[in-house]
Design a protein around this ligand. Structure first.
Ligand code: FAD
Length: 416
């Protein structure tokens, strides 16, 4: 190994950190530069809409790795450092400050960014999105102000982040309205029966839900702060905070501009390799073709962490495919949703257990099938079902609908 051997990682989030650490645990001895645009060391994002936002968790608990822990691993973390472009010919990255860093191998772990609402009045103060710790601090301040001034909150977009913030805002005792453009909640990922269950859950906790909502503009007061949201039916809803949760898009501009193949994200194979043999990518910024031929972009901690391990192996010339079942979780009120598999293309659903939004101990799972083959399982307060679902999906074992709905049938028997 030459003295100037260097792996450069762009993005110091979930995936970037794990690529750096995996390189060291795989025995790589060269230089590692972990470059992050944000001014914080790598931190956990999931609590930003949940326990941290609710004030139930200290900011220090968000930090995944303190800078001195990285130093001990000889990982050079540069925060506040944005990469502007990639020069593949000379194998170097160019920073916004004009400096360049050459690489032996390059990892792109640039994450994703919230989609921006395109509406008149969107620049009003207290119209916020939530992706970073700084965003979350602004949302927390706005929630506290709403609580003080008794102003309501409007969430635009009934996705996971929007619904989690809605649940957290209820903990502040605030009036909350969620505006969702689709006719049902989380329609891209959940079975209709679970979408309906989430509507019942939020309504039972006092959230106003408007499905099929068409937001036309945002109104502000003379001081520039948001006053409310106007809908196409002529109605308007008062708001002291508007949280925009209309999804994210992959941060793949750097890759695109460098001529790396992107299809709704940086296209990688199961080993996190791009079409450039010296460049890998991991996490929210990637898209990948699955066995069923669909190109899917996953946004989850598990995906970022597992792709990172594959990416580190690939940088060292080894193959470590990430082909385990994808999983994800979301916490709303006292309900933990755990999802296993990819439900896209499901044509049949079966419920195991009793669905009751008002019973706190209610635990159940929704199984998604395509032509009788199990695709995915969404479990609510049913951790054992979730673990079993992952095993069934990993082993490609499909129960029948009858077995799923029959609680006296032990699904674990199918694995013996
Ligand atoms: P990130 O963690 O976003 O890191 C990317 C980093 O790259 C960022 O810090 C960015 O600033 C930096 N960057 C981008 N471009 C450049 C550049 N040009 N130069 C330098 N740096 C750059 N997942 C779950 O599984 N369960 C949950 O419950 C859950 N809840 C969530 C709640 C919230 C509020 C959010 C925002 C996300 C949540 N997620 C959850 C998703 C999960 O956090 C992400 O999937 C995960 O963080 C992706 O990791 P990543 O490394 O790909 O991206």
């Amino acid at each position: 190994m030459s003295a100037d051997e260097r792996m450069v990682i762009v993005g110091a989030g979930q995936a970037g950190l794990h690529i750096a650490e995996a390189l060291r645990s795989l025995g790589y001895e060269g230089g590692i530069e972990l470059l992050g645009e944000e001014f914080h060391p790598p931190y956990h994002r999931p609590p930003l809409s949940k326990s941290w936002l609710a004030g139930e968790m200290d900011a220090t608990q968000l930090i995944m790795r303190a800078p001195d822990a990285l130093l001990r691993k000889r990982i050079s973390l540069r925060t506040g450092t944005k990469v502007r472009s990639i020069d593949r010919l000379h194998k170097q990255v160019c920073l916004v400050d004009g400096n360049t860093i050459s690489y032996t191998g390059l990892a792109l772990a640039t994450g994703s960014s919230p989609r921006i609402l395109s509406l008149p009045g969107v620049n009003s103060k207290s119209v916020l999105a939530l992706r970073t710790l700084d965003d979350a601090s602004s949302v927390a301040k706005a929630l506290a102000l709403c609580a003080k001034k008794r102003l309501p909150v409007v969430v635009i977009g009934g996705g996971f982040i929007g619904l989690e913030v809605a649940a957290t805002a209820r903990k502040y005792g605030l009036d909350v309205t969620v505006l969702e453009a689709a006719p049902r909640l989380l329609s891209r990922v959940l079975a209709p029966v679970l979408s309906d269950w989430y509507v019942a859950l939020h309504e039972s906790r006092g959230v106003q839900l408007v499905l099929g909502a068409q937001v036309v503009s945002i109104e502000s007061n003379s001081d520039g702060y948001v006053r409310g949201v106007c809908l196409a039916d002529g109605s308007s809803i008062e708001a002291g905070l508007v949280l925009s949760g209309i999804g994210v898009s992959a941060n793949d501009q750097l890759a695109k501009e460098a001529g790396i193949t992107c299809e709704g994200g940086i296209l990688v194979d199961s080993c996190s390799r791009t079409n450039d043999p010296h460049i890998v990518a991991a996490g929210d910024c990637t898209a990948r073709k699955w066995a069923n031929g669909r190109i899917v972009r996953l946004e989850s901690v598990q995906n970022a962490t597992e792709q990172a391990k594959s990416a580190a192996s690939a940088l060292l010339g080894n193959e470590r495919p990430f082909d385990a079942t994808p999983w994800f979780w979301s916490d709303q009120y006292d309900k933990k949703l755990q999802m296993a598999g990819i439900s896209l293309g499901a044509d049949e659903w079966a419920v195991r257990g009793e669905m009751n939004a008002n019973t706190s101990e209610a635990g159940f799972s929704v199984f998604h099938f395509s032509q009788g083959t199990l695709l995915a399982v969404d479990s609510v307060n049913a951790g054992k079902d979730h673990l079993l679902a992952r095993k069934l999906l990993d082993s490609r074992v499909s129960p029948t609908v009858k077995q799923v709905t029959d609680l006296s049938f032990n699904l674990a028997d199918l694995l013996r």
